[in-house]
Design a binder for this molecule. Sequence first.
Ligand code: NAP
Ligand code: MG
Length: 398
Amino acid sequence: MITMQNPIVEMDGDEMARIIWNQIKEELILPFVDLKTEYYDLGLLHRDETEDRITMDAGNAVRKHRVGVKCATITPNAKRMEEYHLKKLWVSPNATIRMILDGTVFREPILVKRVQPAVRSWEKPITIARHAYGDQYGATEYPVDVPGKAELVFTPKTGIPVRQTIYEFESPGILQALHNRRDSIASFARACFRYALDKRQDLWFAAKDTILKQYDQTFRDIFQNLFDSEFQPLFEAVGIAYRYTLIDDAVARAIRSKGGFVWACKNYDGDVMSDMISAAFGSLAMMTSALVSPDGCFEYEAAHGTVTRHYYRHLRGEETSTNPTAMIFAWTGALRKRGEIDGTPKLIHFAGALEHAVLAVVESGVMTKDLAGFCEDCLSVLNTLDFIREVKKNIFPD
Ligand code: NAP
Ligand code: MG
């Protein structure tokens, strides 16, 4: 039995993901690890009962213990409000936790030999890091219906307003104003440098400073200054590189690359690119997501949701073949990081052995239904629990 020094913050969730969460713990972790967790039930009913205090408590616990693992949770909408008789439309737990940790989200695909990415040259994962503040999200917009002059006005708390003409309209048009904050960009940049170091992978930051000469130049400068003043020797020590690239050039290079790098994107670019990358690598069930704070806290989860459609089937007593891979990798991510921070090599080793077991099963041609569709030589399709038990047989922790 592997012992742990410090706990992982465990955040339980909803629906099919909650059921699989428990199966993963029972079958794949508890038989091998004397698991220490601080447990928070973020299931929707419990969030409702606690007026969502539980989510805040969980976020603060990740701050304290530095490592968390989260199950997918329902973000309520009007339909869910009725279904669960909620007191209120609680906000997304992920948004709450991101706010507490001031974190950046990194999405990384899990590659398996039998499941071919759409881009044949990709041999290693490409991780997208998306800045989750400002720009188009939270923009101010204004439809122009009559001729007139549009101006950009900044009014300092003390001092004289500064005005710039945007455009003199003779015919109808449309306006949009964006903003960002230097501190937010800096913590995004710091999280990206830390993540690349952690993964020992090159970091690309891509924007369009040839057109947005002040806006995107500000992002570029903040990344470069932080690299020069702090991260360059650390990158050199592990043999990785940082480069700034124009976004259009980055797109072309990414398609021709072998993969194996972290791609930092502004908010909108990250939104678009992460869906392109995840679709091209295969499946949401093979994509993990890590929230990294600028002061070195880590929270791991699967990129997919609670898989509601499978859950309703499960409730009707039907068998489901939901893929647990990304959720297993969320656990291994957290166990490995706990091991690294605490200096417990056995825990790090176990995380690797469990990941290896999942990949070995799929590579042997045994998989869940979603992957069978991508794979020419699938030998056998299992239900979730049988797949998990097959993985268990392949764990060699010593
Ligand atoms: P979803 O849970 O990701 O599922 C969408 C579809 O993708 C499923 O119906 C299934 O397709 C496929 N899929 C996703 N994960 C799979 C897996 N592990 N194995 C096999 N197939 C998988 O997204 P959703 O249905 O839009 O959202 C459901 C709930 O999850 C919502 O209440 C939403 O708020 C929540 N959500 C939470 C998070 C989070 O906590 N991070 C993220 C996203 C969504 P087929 O039905 O075709 O098999
Ligand atoms: Mg999107």
